[in-house]
Design a protein around this ligand. Structure first.
Ligand code: GDP
Length: 198
């Protein structure tokens, strides 16, 4: 897929205020600092579209961007902030859960995982929750430039093993580097394939 146009549409915390034109949408989510903003900027070819962690005052909102006037890319707030209070976290959980479970035009969730880390409980919990809610998702291992191919292989296998304790099969898995651009095309092609059958 060629990205011809990208524009910001709206940010909010209420799924009822999200765009209502029914364009198919694809959401990106993961732990804070996983590399979500960098990946979104890579995919859209716009270095400043999503605010990276270094941006002061990065807000916790559902952000809609329209791509090629054809689909929405949805940047969801990162989960797992150590510093966030319990009540802020449950508020986060509620509005994200409401968005994810009510959004009929949501075609896929890209769940980002830091390829350098051991399987994280919070990621597995979120994945299992998506499973319970029957939400379509794929996994994206980020920052692969930061480790050797054998370490990447080892970490992804560990994650797979952990997931297969509760899942019968694995969803599609992507690996990316926002530094080298690796993984950009396969993700855009995956989105394209889904758009073709929409
Ligand atoms: P977010 O909080 O998930 O949106 O994460 P960011 O995109 O802001 O990235 C967090 C940090 O990781 C920043 O310092 C990025 O420069 C860095 N980062 C993100 N993606 C990559 C990557 O693919 N490779 C490397 N080496 N660093 C990355």
């Amino acid at each position: 897929m060629k990205i011809k146009s990208v524009s910001f549409v709206v940010s909010n915390t209420d799924h009822k205020k999200c765009p209502e034109d029914g364009l198919p949408e694809f959401a990106f989510i993961g732990r804070s600092n996983v590399g979500k903003s960098s990946l979104i900027n890579l995919l859209t070819g716009n270095k400043k579209l999503a605010k990276t962690s270094s941006t002061p005052g990065k807000t916790q909102l559902i952000n809609h961007f329209v791509i090629n006037d054809q689909w929405y890319l949805v940047d969801l707030p990162g989960y797992g902030y150590a510093k966030v209070s319990k009540s802020a976290r449950s508020n986060w959980e509620k509005f994200i859960a409401d968005y994810l479970t009510n959004r009929k035009s949501l075609m896929n969730i890209f769940i980002l995982l830091d390829s350098r880390l051991e399987p994280q409980k919070i990621d597995l919990e979120f994945i299992n929750w998506c499973g319970e809610k029957q939400l379509p998702f794929v996994l994206v291992f980020t920052k692969i430039d930061k480790l050797s191919s054998s370490a990447l292989q080892r970490n992804t296998s560990k994650f797979k093993k952990e997931m297969l304790k509760t899942w019968e099969e694995m969803p599609p898995v992507f690996t990316t580097s926002s530094i080298s651009g690796f993984g950009n095309e396969p993700i855009l092609n995956y989105i394209d394939q889904i758009l073709e059958i929409c």
